[in-house]
Design a protein around this ligand. Structure first.
Ligand code: ADP
Length: 250
């Protein structure tokens, strides 16, 4: 099957009923793992991804230590049951590449100089994949880092734009990603500083600018949801602590 076998639009809407510039539904939960220092579960359309952060903690093996800053490690892993046909478990070229670019997307905002000789470990597990797992993983990891109390200059939000039937679309799902003409994931700070940009496929210069604009708008909307998820969790904790204090005074 190739792109010409698929009709990506019906009555101006996409296969899943979205407009060209619409994100898939997003759900973000903070602090879902009791044993991690910080964690986040995210659903972006059909993607289900969990991120766990540990640290800052001692580096093993010790020769990896940096005397002036913490190192950041990021492991992206796709569960064998996350895709239609069972994926062979364990790391592969793709997971190495995604781990590297995702780490580089987050590292610029982490204040690593606060924690010399230590490591911040980020684990991202893809439980269900439907295109855009690297962006979902980065969004979850950024929230998990904040949940772990890691000092950061800002949040990082990530979103892709793609091209199908010569139309630029936001947040491509699997059919659009696999059979479309281009895919352009980005990650950025709320100020619009881009920390990740990748592209495959073909875009004209105008389409490229349109796709970047669209992905940035998507990332801005995702930032609001990340922020809200963190505020919700911590305001609930403050409320609970307040109630406990009242009971203690009773
Ligand atoms: P991303 O998930 O960040 O978009 P890719 O563009 O490499 O990364 O992958 C697009 C989608 O293709 C994935 O989200 C997943 O649905 C599917 N996919 C990737 N790798 C595999 C694999 N080994 N087996 C089956 N499907 C895969």
């Amino acid at each position: 099957m190739d792109e010409s076998d698929i009709s990506f639009f019906k009555d101006g809407l996409r296969l899943d009923g979205r407009r060209a510039d619409q994100l898939r539904p997003i759900k973000i939960e903070v602090g879902v793992l009791a044993r991690a220092d910080g964690s986040c579960y995210i659903e972006m359309g059909g993607n289900k991804v969990i991120a766990a952060v540990y640290g800052p903690r001692e580096v093993h093996p010790r020769h990896l230590q940096e005397i002036t800053r913490a190192i950041v490690r990021y492991r992206y892993n796709m569960a064998s049951f996350s895709v239609e046909e069972r994926k062979r478990p364990g790391p592969d070229r793709r997971s190495h590449e995604l781990s590297k670019v995702s780490r580089e997307a987050l590292e610029p905002v982490i204040l690593t100089s606060f924690f010399p000789r230590s490591v911040i470990d980020v684990f991202v597990e893809v439980l269900q994949a439907d295109a855009g797992t690297r962006t979902a993983g980065i969004n979850a990891a950024a929230v998990a880092l904040a949940d772990a109390g890691i000092p950061m200059k800002s949040m990082i939000s990530s979103c892709a734009a793609g091209k199908v039937e010569d139309t630029i679309v936001l947040d491509p799902m699997k059919e659009e990603d696999n059979f479309g003409q281009a895919d352009l994931p980005i990650a950025m700070t709320p100020n619009g500083d881009i920390t990740l940009m990748q592209m495959d496929g073909n875009l004209t210069p105008d389409e490229f600018h349109g796709a970047v604009e669209m992905a940035m708008k998507g990332a801005r909307d995702i930032y609001e949801l990340q922020r809200k998820a963190l505020v919700d969790k911590y305001s609930k904790m403050v409320e609970k602590t307040g109630q406990e204090e009242v009971h203690a005074c009773d």
